[in-house]
Design a protein around this ligand. Structure first.
Ligand code: CIR
Length: 267
């Protein structure tokens, strides 16, 4: 295990709110959520992050903010800068202050400002390209704002329209350096040119969200057919059960912000 937060990969997390049953839902019907099971699953997810070399930085609990476990949506952390978002769902905007305070220990902070909206779940980094979903949560102004903030550091932003799912990373995530896991129903076939595609099993439309960490990908237990496709393509899969978080329209990328810790700054 890495010896200090400065050397480790950092994973920012926040515990499950007792109010998660009142979460935002866009494409899923509301079904009962077992909050104590959600907390156990989240703890197991955190242990998986640690066992794959992350040092956990836990944000203060935010019991009144139903979706606050889904920290991915609140920021985009690059080596050079952290961009704190303005989430598309108004109920989620109070999540970002504590995130900005924590990330300020590691990176210079920039912010997406009104009327722009941007959710971190819409941002997929592949090398120096940020693919950004034009979704129900991230508007044109948010995408242009992000592009302006990251251009000085050599990042290119490419907008990708997303249909039928919440975020770009519901449709596509990286599972190996040049390989993405994709649901082709949610994005146009010409998207992400030059990258190799692995398609989800058609019976598992929400199976495109995987979290790569080191030589493995963290992947949900609810998508066994797609997990098998990944294994057949040589991807090492670390299965976690996140059934209760999935009922809140969450998945594995959305419960953490992961970045190199060696950009730590003096407070
Ligand atoms: C929301 O609708 O905002 C939450 N219920 C779920 C957010 C999931 N975030 C993500 O996948 N990045």
């Amino acid at each position: 295990m890495p010896s200090s937060p400065q050397q480790a990969r950092i994973a920012v997390t926040r515990s499950v709110s007792p109010a998660m049953a009142c979460c935002e839902l866009t494409h899923l019907p509301r079904t009962p959520i077992d909050i104590s099971l959600a907390r156990e699953q989240h703890a197991a997810y955190e242990r998986a992050l640690e066992s794959l070399g992350c040092h956990l930085e836990r944000l203060p609990e935010a019991p009144a903010l139903a979706d606050s476990v889904f920290v991915e949506d609140t920021a985009i952390v690059l080596d050079e800068i952290a961009v704190v978002t303005r989430p598309g769902a108004p109920s989620r905007r109070a999540e970002t202050d504590s995130v900005a305070r924590l990330l300020g220990r590691y990176r210079p902070i920039a912010e997406i400002a009104a009327p722009a909206t941007l959710d971190g779940g819409d941002v997929l980094r592949v090398n120096r390209t940020l693919y950004v979903g034009r979704s129900g949560r991230s508007n044109r102004c948010g995408i242009e704002g992000l592009a302006a903030l990251v251009a000085p550091f050599g990042y290119r932003v490419e907008a990708i329209p997303v249909h039928g799912c919440l975020h770009l990373k519901s449709a596509v995530t990286l599972v190996a350096p040049e390989t993405v896991l994709v649901n082709p129903e949610y994005i146009a076939p010409e998207s992400l040119r030059g990258l190799e595609w692995i398609e989800v099993d058609p019976a598992e439309p929400l199976g495109a969200n995987a979290l790569p960490l080191g030589d493995e990908v963290i992947y949900p237990a609810s998508k066994p057919r797609t997990a098998e496709r990944l294994r057949r393509r040589g991807v090492q899969v670390r299965v976690v059960d996140v059934s209760e978080l999935e009922k809140a329209e969450g998945a594995v990328t959305c419960c953490s912000l992961i970045f190199a810790g060696d950009g730590a700054r003096e407070s």
